[in-house]
Design a protein around this ligand. Structure first.
Ligand code: PEP
Length: 254
């Protein structure tokens, strides 16, 4: 049984004061949640505030939106896995389509970061997904296969099991247009099929695959009750503690 995981990707939003208020409000709404893993992924500037605010809340972890693969040194503007660990960060989102498209991240770059994250005991949330043009050309499976094999190359079974995959069709991110539950399930089943080809069956069955792309309280339940959808990576709707808490609660429903 895979434990559902729901993450809030705040992107380049939320001051320290806003983050503090969000955490206070979320804790009131989710204090009884133990059956869903919740991850808050603030901008770097708010990580310390969120970690502090969460305190001993065991069911809610902190993530980062990116990192560099080197351990330390002359890399101005970058941040390492160990510096994130120092702020009690557990997860790191890697290969988000905004980083792939706006900042030129390739599967090889994502793979270096994924391996560096594991080496520092940070769990990566690795994003994959096709553009609308690729979908219209019938290339969804080809693109997913290339991204998965490239981004996850060289991981051992334990590392693979501790990796979360986020299937995020680029055309659904921030557009208000989510994949239908059937479209998402089809892509998730293909992701799992690819994991079966890359690793042993037990490993492939343990990897959690989140759906991301315009998840809202209104569509969350139907998406997350699909057999291969193990949670959600939420952008826009995660900026409001009430709607994010509703999405987390939707992950509990069978
Ligand atoms: C995201 O950026 O990971 C995302 C899924 O955004 P949104 O929920 O706003 O589509």
């Amino acid at each position: 049984m895979r434990k559902k995981i729901v993450a809030a990707n705040w992107k380049m939003n939320m001051t320290q004061a806003e983050s503090e208020r969000f955490v206070e409000s979320l804790l009131l709404r989710l204090d009884d949640i133990t059956d869903v893993e919740v991850v808050i992924v603030p901008p770097f500037t708010a990580i310390a505030k969120v970690s502090e605010g969460l305190g001993k809340a065991q069911n809610i972890k902190v993530g980062a939106q990116n990192m560099y693969w080197e351990k330390s040194g002359p890399y101005t503007g970058e941040i390492s896995a160990s510096l994130l660990r120092d702020l009690f960060v557990h997860y790191v989102v890697l290969g988000h389509s905004e980083r792939r498209i706006l900042f030129g991240e390739t599967d090889e770059i994502v793979n270096r970061k994924v391996r560096a994250a594991h080496a520092a005991a940070l769990r990566p949330i690795v994003c994959v997904g096709e553009t609308l043009e690729q979908r219209d050309k019938g290339n969804v499976e080809k693109i997913l296969s290339i991204q998965l094999r490239g981004s996850l190359a060289g991981l051992n079974p334990k590392e693979l099991q501790e990796t979360v995959i986020a299937y995020e069709p680029v055309w659904a991110i921030g557009t208000g247009r989510n994949a239908t539950p059937a479209q998402a399930q089809e892509a998730h089943a293909f992701v799992r099929h690819t994991l079966h080809e890359m690793a042993d069956d037990a490993t492939a069955e343990r990897v959690r695959i989140q759906y991301g792309g315009s998840v809202k309280p209104e569509n969350a339940r139907e998406l997350m009750t699909q057999p291969d959808i193990d949670g959600a990576l939420v952008g826009g709707a995660s900026l409001d503690p009430r709607s994010f808490a509703q999405i987390v609660k939707a992950a509990r429903d069978k």
